[in-house]
Design a protein around this ligand. Structure first.
Ligand SMILES: *[C@@H]1O[C@H](CO)[C@@H](O)[C@H](O)[C@H]1NC(C)=O
Length: 333
């Protein structure tokens, strides 16, 4: 009897190891970007700029959209440098507040399709993170994040979806966050907008699948970008202690992973072991990217829930300790 158990265990572990190796080291064929039009919101810095540079290296025509004209021009130069064929490839930048007015977004995208060509790939990177407990979050900041992170992404997708459907090809990338997979202290506003993006990605993926259009949801951990430096200033101590550990990853690595996953049609895009564990645990009713991923999620779900529970208990301890320390400081004042 014990023999059957040990054999089953060995088979289980072997299967998991093989599936993990296949997931991480076997990509299959990446779709080509040569002469295709790639539009990136939030493309003047951080993950967006790195994705734009990646696309330029692959021979794509690249348009970046952001608000700050100076940063856009500087990024445009960098992207031009990365082009495979500087004569043929077009690089454009547009100053636009993506989450402000749908009419403006639609007009901009229509212009871009006319001047540069049909949009083959839309990469939504525009977004901002401001932390704070519910009582410390201003209504202005809440609305700012809902508009930029959620509405901006919705607007951009709405503006390209019809022409992608009639072209019968296309790739949509939505940049969310690991904070879209679990609620975290201090992320009530930011995390909610990122949760919303997951809902958006799953719905859109179901709508466009018959039209040969794929949707990829990027879920980066803390990433070393200008936005992250800003976010860090508003972070409560609890949030810092909960999310610390591995330290921020580079925007280049997030962008490269995002592009590879999008160009092979995977739904989730994550970096590192943590991202893999979190998406396996939180796969839920997300679209099926591959049999490998589906089997891994099915095999690991139960066990990972228990691992997750240990994390949740440690988070609770952190929050209680912070509260006790604050009370002690108050008394000693
Ligand atoms: C689907 O899109 C890809 C490019 O993303 C294209 O190469 C392929 O021909 C399309 N397939 C169909 C059936 O339209």
């Amino acid at each position: 009897m014990t023999q059957i158990w040990s054999i089953s265990l060995i088979v289980f572990v072997l299967l998991v190891v093989i599936l993990i190796l296949k997931k991480f080291f076997w990509y299959g064929r990446l779709k080509q970007l040569t002469n295709k039009h790639v539009v990136i919101t939030g493309g003047s810095s951080g993950i967006g700029k790195c994705a734009a540079i990646y696309a330029a290296r692959q021979g794509a025509h690249v348009t970046i959209i952001a608000r700050d004209l100076k940063k856009l021009e500087a990024a445009k130069n960098e992207i031009l440098h990365a082009c495979q064929n500087k004569e043929k490839q077009k690089v454009e930048c547009v100053s636009l507040d993506i989450g402000n007015n749908y009419g403006d977004v639609e007009k901009t995208f229509n212009n871009l399709e006319r001047t540069i060509g049909p949009i083959y790939m839309l990469i939504n990177c525009a977004g901002i993170a401001i932390c704070g407990k519910v009582e410390d979050t201003t209504i202005d900041n809440l609305k700012y994040m809902v508009n930029l992170n959620f509405m901006g992404t919705y607007y951009a997708i709405k503006a390209v979806i019809s022409s992608m459907k009639s072209a019968h090809e296309g790739i949509i990338v939505i940049t969310s966050s690991q904070a879209a997979l679990l609620g975290i202290f201090g992320y009530s506003a930011y995390g909610s907008t990122k949760f919303a993006l997951r809902g958006l990605a799953e719905s859109v993926a179901m709508e466009v699948a018959p039209y040969n259009i794929s949707v990829t949801l990027s879920l980066p951990p803390d990433t070393d970008t200008p936005g992250f430096a800003l976010e860090d200033q508003s972070k409560p101590l609890e949030t810092k202690l909960i999310s610390e550990g591995t330290g921020p990853v580079s925007p280049e690595s997030v962008a490269e992973q995002l592009m590879k996953d999008a160009l092979t049609g995977r739904f989730f895009s994550t970096v590192g072991l943590e991202g893999f564990i979190l998406t396996s645990l939180c796969a839920g009713m997300s679209p099926i990217s591959s049999i490998t991923e589906l089997l891994l999620q099915a095999l690991l779900a139960g066990m990972l829930r228990l691992v997750g529970a240990c994390y949740l208990i440690s988070f609770r301890r952190i929050i209680l300790n912070c509260m006790k320390n604050r009370d002690k400081n108050k008394k000693s004042e």
